[in-house]
Write a protein that binds this ligand. Structure first.
Ligand code: HEC
Length: 169
C-alpha cells in the first residue's frame, strides 16, 4: 500500500472512531431518557415505552373508532382533512376541554369555522358525536392515547393551554 493510501485509510478510520465515540457518548447521555419513562409521559415510538392501562384502552378505542378518519401516530400534515391528531396536525393546539367537547358532541362552531376557512366541499366528512358510544372515561382514555402521538414540547404547550382555558377538574 502506498504511503498516501495508508494515510487516507488512517483518516477514514479516525473519522469512524470519532463517530463511534460520539455516538457512544450520545447514547450514554441521552439513552436513559429514551428508555422506559419513569416520570412523565413518553411518545409513541420511544423505545421501551410502556403504555398505562388507560392509554392501552384509549389505543383500542382509537383504532376502533377514530383511525379511519384521523390516521395513526405518523404521517400526514397540518392541512389534512379530517385533521391529523398526531404531531403533524393541530390537535395539540386545543385544550383538553375543547377536544373532549368535540369528541362528545361532534363538530361545533370552531370546527365549522375551520371547514369554511379550508373551503371544503359540503359533503366532506364531519366529526360525528360520540356521546352515545363513548363514556366520559372512554373519552379521557382516547385523549390519553392521542397525547402519546405528540412530542414532549407539544404536550407541555397543550398542558399549558389546558390550564389557561379549562376549568380545573
Ligand atoms: C367520519 C370521520 C370521523 C371519525 C370516525 C372521527 N372523526 Fe374526529 N373529526 C372528523 C372531522 C371531519 C373533523 C373536523 C371537524 C369537522 O369538520 O366536523 C374532526 C374533528 C375532530 C377533533 C377536533 C379537531 C382537532 O383539532 O383535532 C377531535 C378532537 C376529534 N375529531 C377526535 C376524534 C376521535 C377521538 C374520534 C374517535 C373516537 C374521531 N374524531 C372520529 C372526522 C371524524
Amino acid at each position: 500500500m502506498s504511503v498516501r493510501g495508508g494515510f487516507a485509510l488512517g483518516v477514514v478510520g479516525g473519522v469512524f472512531l470519532a463517530l463511534a465515540v460520539a455516538g457512544g457518548t450520545w447514547f450514554l447521555l441521552l439513552g436513559p431518557q429514551l428508555a422506559p419513562r419513569t416520570a412523565g409521559p413518553g411518545s409513541l415510538g420511544d423505545p421501551g415505552l410502556a403504555l398505562s392501562a388507560q392509554e392501552r384502552r384509549g389505543e383500542a378505542l382509537y383504532v376502533a373508532n377514530c383511525v379511519s378518519c384521523h390516521g395513526g401516530p405518523t404521517g400526514g400534515s397540518m392541512m389534512d382533512y379530517p385533521p391529523r391528531h398526531n404531531a403533524n396536525g393541530h390537535t395539540w393546539h386545543h385544550p383538553d376541554c375543547g377536544l373532549a367537547k368535540v369528541i362528545r358532541d361532534g363538530g361545533d362552531e370552531m370546527t365549522q369555522a375551520m371547514r369554511e376557512m379550508m373551503a371544503l366541499a359540503s359533503d366532506a366528512p364531519t366529526m360525528p358525536a360520540f356521546k352515545d358510544r363513548l363514556s366520559p372515561a372512554d373519552i379521557e382514555a382516547v385523549l390519553s392515547y392521542i397525547r402519546l402521538m405528540w412530542t414532549p414540547q407539544q404536550r407541555s404547550v397543550q398542558a399549558q393551554v389546558t390550564r389557561e382555558q379549562c376549568a380545573p377538574r
